[in-house]
Design a protein around this ligand. Structure first.
Ligand code: E4P
Length: 217
């Protein structure tokens, strides 16, 4: 499974890019707002830091304006993926962009039918929002499983990008449910490696090794 980072903070992206685990970046208008940065500038800066896919979201709601915005975004750098809402206008824009070879990420997906439409429109990624479904007592992981089944049955190439990840369990559960990618906030990425038994076991090994008086180097 690929790991994307869900942030518009360049410092976080640099840190995780250096770890070697990062396969891409997703941003959205709320993350741009939190960064306090100009969107076009920050997307260009992110694309200079990392050459993997970087999702940048259109702001318009109508197809003609979305398309114009998409052209501006895709010209920022070759690794920009145009993020579009999963609406009829977004899907029309997706089909148009797919026809001219521009990669897309269909966002705010909450149903298998929306995912089916995105695949038919030639989307590169579909982003089911797990955490926001869990927030209202729906099962985000079931949605990923349903989309996986549909995409596998019909051999759609669209990649399932598990979004709105709120917990470490969301990451492993999304992998088990068949997601191709998880986009993860830095706070959750940082927690993935931790296990108290690893820390406890390592402490014992360090102490026992010291007491042997040996060295390797
Ligand atoms: C994904 O592309 C979105 O940017 C993101 O995962 C939304 O997460 P949230 O529901 O925590 O805002």
């Amino acid at each position: 499974m690929k790991f994307f980072i869900d942030t518009a903070e360049v410092a976080e992206i640099k840190t995780w890019a250096d770890s070697g685990f990062l396969d891409g970046v997703t941003t959205n208008p709320s993350l741009i707002k939190s960064s306090g940065r100009d969107m076009l500038e920050v997307i260009a800066e992110i694309c200079a830091v990392i050459d993997t896919p970087v999702s940048a979201e259109v702001a318009a709601l109508d197809h003609p304006t979305m398309l114009k915005e998409a052209m501006v975004l895709k010209d920022i750098a070759p690794n920009v993926v145009v993020k579009l809402p999963t609406t009829l206008d977004g899907l029309k824009t997706c089909r148009h962009l797919a026809n001219i070879g521009v990669r897309t990420n269909l966002t705010l997906c909450f149903s298998a039918n929306q995912a089916l439409l995105a695949a038919k429109a030639g989307a590169t990624y579909i982003s089911p929002f797990i955490g926001r479904m869990d927030d209202i007592n729906l099962d985000g992981m079931n949605l990923i499983r349903d989309i996986r089944n549909i995409y596998s049955s019909f051999q759609f190439k669209t990649q399932i990008l598990a979004a709105s990840i709120r917990t470490v369990n969301h990451v492993s559960d999304a992998a088990l449910a068949g997601a191709d990618v998880a986009t993860i906030p830095a706070s959750i990425l940082g927690k993935l490696v931790h296990h108290p038994l690893t820390d406890k076991g390592l402490e014992a090994f360090v102490n026992d090794w010291k007491s042997t008086g040996q060295t390797i180097l």
